[in-house]
Design a protein around this ligand. Sequence first.
Ligand SMILES: *Cc1c(COP(=O)(O)O)cnc(C)c1O
Length: 386
Amino acid sequence: MIPYGQQHITKEDIEAVIKILQSEFITQGPVVGEFESLVSGYCLVKYGVATNSATSALHLACLALGVGAGDYVWTSANTFVASANCARYCGAKVGLVDIDKDTGNMSILDLERRLIDAEKAGSLPKVLIPVHFAGEPCDMQAISSLSKKYGFSIIEDASHAIGGEYRSKKIGSCEFSDITVFSFHPVKIITTGEGGMAVTNNKKLYERMNLLRSHGITRDPSRMKGSYEGDWYYQQVDLGYNYRMTDIQAALGISQMQRIDEMVRIRHQLAYKYDEAFNNFPIEILRRNPLNYSALHLYIIRFTGKDSASIRLRSFNRLRERGVGVNVHYIPVNNHPDFVKLGFIKGGFMSAQAYYDSAITLPLHPKLIAEEQDKVIFEITKLFNG
Ligand SMILES: *Cc1c(COP(=O)(O)O)cnc(C)c1O
């Protein structure tokens, strides 16, 4: 089966990991700090907090922004559940925004409509989490101006988007947000096995995420209450978690970062070949704004017309049978039973549902070789020619 996404591991990556296994520290030692500096330097942002997943980075980001019981956190209906669950971990309520069907990203029109209603109802969100779906940046300028009007903070869920650019600036620069979160899960742009990072320009948010990442424990006397009792001493000053990344993971991340631009460039070349091949087919491709640079985490095609859901199902099964490891991103968050339990309605977000019913994710990753891509294109062609 040709997978839809897969890690790209080189000899250098393996050597970097082995070197750490033979060194003094294997978890959150000096290499985690180096990885944080490398990623934040790449994004031209001040601070980075590496974590054991993007899910934990999203949780820390919400906590640092003061999300708690009674607050609302909004995200896109078309995302992985983790973008919404971070709010629930903090006791907050989740709100969802419908999508723009051309990009799969949060619809600015729907967002604005919901903000107007929420203002009247006294239920404005404390935090908004736009998701750069498939690597394509959201309209951050529009989101940022709405945040000023309605007074919410912004966490970019850039789990798909490291290596991409919004208006010539790297995703993660936080020009239009408080915090940006990356995922280093193996199917994402670069990997650390499991892992994530929250980046920010705000020192207070950085310090808070840093503290909560490791049990809420500090060794800094200036942050302690009472007297300092000796060099063994530390204090828990808040309730935190163990969300630390290991040095083993960070070493892999540093090694992967050396190739990030090349890996995203390969994704663009592959996507361009798909674009050309499907030019005259009755399918739609997600729009990529030429003013931005997508990280192209996913390449998605949509079946058009009335029967798209049944055509999608048949095509999906057929492609899988033929060894093409297609996938579907995403089942709308509101469709999951655990969200229906909260009062969400299955199918309740019209554009996200229409999009979901018609979409298939094709294989796209830096290890995809020409023969494999040709096979994918051949099998798609066959769907339409008998
Ligand atoms: C993968 C993903 C996450 C979670 O990432 P982990 O590192 O697996 O915790 C969150 N949001 C989105 C949009 C993702 O794709």
